[in-house]
Design a protein. Sequence first.
Length: 331
Amino acid sequence: MTKILMYSVRDDEQAAIKAWAQANDVQVDTNDLEFHPQTADLAKGYDGLVIQQRSAIGDDPSVYQKLADMGLKQLTSRTAGVDTIDIPAAKAAGLTVTNVPAYSPNSVAEMAVAQTMRLIRNLELFDSRIGQQNFQWAGLQAREIRSLTVGIIGAGRIGGTAARLFHGLGAKVIAYDVVRHPELEDVLTYVDTKEDLLKQADVVDLHVDLNETSKGLIDGPALKLMKSDAFIVNASRGPVIVTDALVAALKAGEIAGAALDTVEGEQALFNQNHQGEVLQDTNVAQLMQMPNVIITPHVGFYTNLAVKNMVDISLDDVLTIIKGGQTDHAF
């Protein structure tokens, strides 16, 4: 019987894994460990391997050759992001690397829309007041989404879905992307540069992959181009925004607020319980004290349909490769 090992499995994934294994007559074993050189030996005796993690596999490229020497043909991430994998090293070892690029564009896009609505309605500020038993509303007049320009950086699968949702709510949508998608031109207008978008947008919504060109995409100079009453929403990857610069911009009143589902260095915090501790990440600690900032622990993907799709699509790809086939999700 074909055997597949899945690393870093959460309890909420088990039902989908069990259903897929039964439907495909495949043995799927799981653990709750990240895949690193020190845990690679657990893959011995398996035909396929699936990982999901936010920290890099490691700097030792020999781990990929080790997998190949075990007889493995692939390394699959059940996420869209693959920045944790050294793809050139994996390919050099003869491994096919795959991901799940579109597990549910709606899950992340809907999160961005929900966070935008909280920001423009000043709900975080009202929560802060009401927590102090102050029920006044003076100074917190909201804006309607149909009066705003939403600027999307990265209008791919997720950004394109977000564009359609924002357009459906009546917003004017503009976008900056190195690739222009004609099928979106009924709901958005492309601008020529990132700078054009930052100057025009009332809400800047980020949906880019993490790569060398997107790291630090929103830095101090970029934030200074934004309107002082504009918001920024990041449901992509943490390093896209320079956190030091964001904290400074918020303190200086250069922008009105932020919603962050992902931050730099989140692997040391997110999906962990630090209740009662003093946070060592001073930037996150400062952001948490700002009533005009919303932080969520990278849960844009975390819906019933997305979790099932991440499991099913990743395992489908593994089985296809084991059987000698090809998948559209290979790098």
